[in-house]
Design a protein around this ligand. Structure first.
Ligand code: 3Y8
Ligand code: NAP
Length: 249
């Protein structure tokens, strides 16, 4: 009987958890513990780090895990890197369940930047009203650009003051809707949006709203992660699980 570890925290991970629960697979769902009350999953769930790649390898051996599915967010590069190293160490099959990056389409005004710092550098010198829809962990990169007004969207109320003099916070957990994001951006008179190229559907509402409003988007490209087997469709990841993972490939 396979014992599957799902590294979660995304819509894909939740869809996979439902599929595994319906099939009766023996699986554990894992959150980092970044949010106060994560969505409940239909699988036994653990919350918190493993203690680096070595800690994850020890967990895999101790829990007799037979396959790992990394369904974390494309920007969770440290977790994904640790998973590649830990599974190699413990000789356990690993596959990533990851959605494709967004591609700009007709009417999009995107400027691609390589990373968070590049996004801060890309903001114009003149004061703007900036929608920072990138969560909480990377806001510090924008602290030096104090001439702007920031609209920041977070999952939970910030524990400490944000590094901005002129900021407004919206507390909301996605997935978001385009018409609501359009209303939000109009209400706050947003000039420019900063987004991570997360892909998927849960975070793309702001891009559809930006296109409708003719607003520019600073699009942060994904960080690099080591090569690993990757599937973008639920059917493919289940097929991998039922065939390759069983054979240990
Ligand atoms: C803790 C679990 C599900 C998963 C839902 C998806 C969609 C809604 C959209 C915006 C962008 C952002 C952020 C976002 C979205 C989904 C998905 C997604 C973006 C939860 C969740 C956890 C997290 C962690 C959180 C980060 C933050 C990023 C907010 C749960 C709700 C900006 C990414 O406060 C913090 O420290 C938040 C940290 C990592 C990025 C950051 O750097 O701050 N996600 N998000 C997971 C864990 O502990 O392991 O609370 O239920 C999950 C979801 N967030 O099951 O339906 O699939 O992407 N999450 C981004 O894409 O830019 C919001 O505002 O427009
Ligand atoms: P990260 O920077 O890649 O990981 C930092 C550390 O957090 C990891 O080394 C690991 O700690 C722990 N960790 C991360 N994901 C974990 C998981 N699913 N289960 C157990 N431990 C985990 O990760 P992150 O960007 O902070 O993302 C954290 C979580 O939020 C992930 O589940 C991710 O899917 C979700 N998320 C992130 C984003 C984003 O924009 N980054 C967006 C949506 C959802 P140890 O080294 O101690 O093992």
């Amino acid at each position: 009987m396979p014992r599957i570890l799902v590294l979660g925290g995304t819509s894909e991970a939740s869809r996979l958890a439902r599929a595994l629960a319906e099939r009766g697979d023996e699986a554990v769902f894992s959150y980092a513990g970044r949010t106060l009350s994560p969505v409940t999953q239909p699988l036994p769930t653990r919350i918190g780090g493993f203690g680096g790649a070595d800690g994850l390898a020890a967990y895999l051996r101790h829990e007799k895990v037979t396959a790992v599915i990394d369904a974390t967010h494309p920007f969770a590069a440290q977790m994904s890197t640790n998973a590649v190293h830990a599974c190699a160490q413990a000789d356990i099959p690993l596959a990533a369940f990851e959605r494709a990056p967004w591609q700009a389409a007709e009417g999009d005004r995107w400027q691609h930047v390589p990373d968070i710092e590049g996004a801060a550098d890309a903001l114009p010198d003149g004061a703007r009203r900036v929608f920072l829809a990138i969560g909480k962990q990377n806001l510090g990169a924008f602290a030096g650009k104090a001439q702007h007004h920031y609209l920041v969207r977070l999952v939970d109320p910030p524990k400490a003051p944000l590094p901005f003099a002129d900021v407004e916070v919206v507390i909301a957990r996605g997935p978001f809707e385009a018409d609501e994001d359009r209303a939000l951006m109009r209400k706050h008179r947003i000039d420019i949006i900063v987004a991570k190229n997360s892909g998927g559907t849960g975070a793309r509402a702001k891009l559809d709203a930006a296109r409708a409003l003719g607003l520019p988007v600073v699009m942060i490209d994904r960080p690099k992660v080591p090569a690993r087997k990757t599937c973008a469709r639920l059917g493919d990841i289940l097929h991998w699980l039922d065939h390759s993972a069983r054979l240990g490939v």
